[in-house]
Ligand binder design. Structure first.
Ligand SMILES: [Zn+2]
Length: 199
């Protein structure tokens, strides 16, 4: 293939057009290329890293410790209350798109603790009945999203931190634009609606 004929686009822009396996390949490529770009020098002694083919890691002769790609674990969660779900939007989203809430797991936290803390911080509500759904590699820049459902307990929505520009309850029959099925967020929402409609 002629590289000059290739049209590079931002992965985020084409999320909605990729199937699951193409997304996983693109996700891995994106994470690895960012890792290679940011792994030039040893942070202990400042010498240039070399690449250990057998290990698939960068290393330095000062300690020969392998430097693998670092992945940040995050929680992503659909908060539900019967036929209502709580979604939020960041100012970077396309107009009228709302999504599930997400956040980084901090040092020393379990995923469940991070979920309860993030939900409280971002929208001021209490949740329980945390149920694992599935996980997904998310290359913006290098997260592992752990997806959960959780049940609303109490609290009025208030945007406590600056992460979201809006958050509100939506009836599952009157949803705004939601993320595509390529993303775990879209999967969580569609899966909840499907299961709920069977009740
Ligand atoms: Zn070194």
């Amino acid at each position: 293939m002629d590289p000059n004929s290739v049209n590079f686009v931002d992965l985020r822009q084409i999320l909605g057009f990729l199937d699951q396996s193409s997304f996983l390949i693109a996700s891995r490529a994106s994470i690895l290329s960012a890792w290679a770009l940011n792994s030039k020098f040893c942070s202990l002694c400042g010498k240039a890293y070399s690449f250990n083919e057998a290990e698939g890691a960068f290393e330095c002769s000062c300690n020969n410790a392998p430097n693998y790609p670092s992945i940040s674990p995050c929680i992503i969660t659909l908060i539900h209350d019967d036929d209502k779900i709580l979604l939020g939007r960041s100012k970077f989203f396309p107009p009228n798109m709302y999504s599930t809430l997400a956040g980084f797991i901090e040092a020393g936290e379990s995923a469940e603790e991070a979920l309860i803390r993030e939900v409280k911080e971002e929208v001021n509500v209490q949740v329980s009945d945390i149920n694992y759904y599935s996980s997904q590699s998310w290359p913006f820049p290098a997260q592992l999203m752990l997806g959960y459902f959780c049940k609303y307990i109490e609290g009025e929505i208030a945007l406590n931190d600056m992460e979201l520009e809006d958050a509100r309850w939506f009836n599952i029959k009157e949803l705004p634009i939601i993320p595509p099925d390529t993303s775990i967020s879209g999967q969580l929402i569609r899966s909840y609606i499907e299961d709920h409609s069977k009740l």
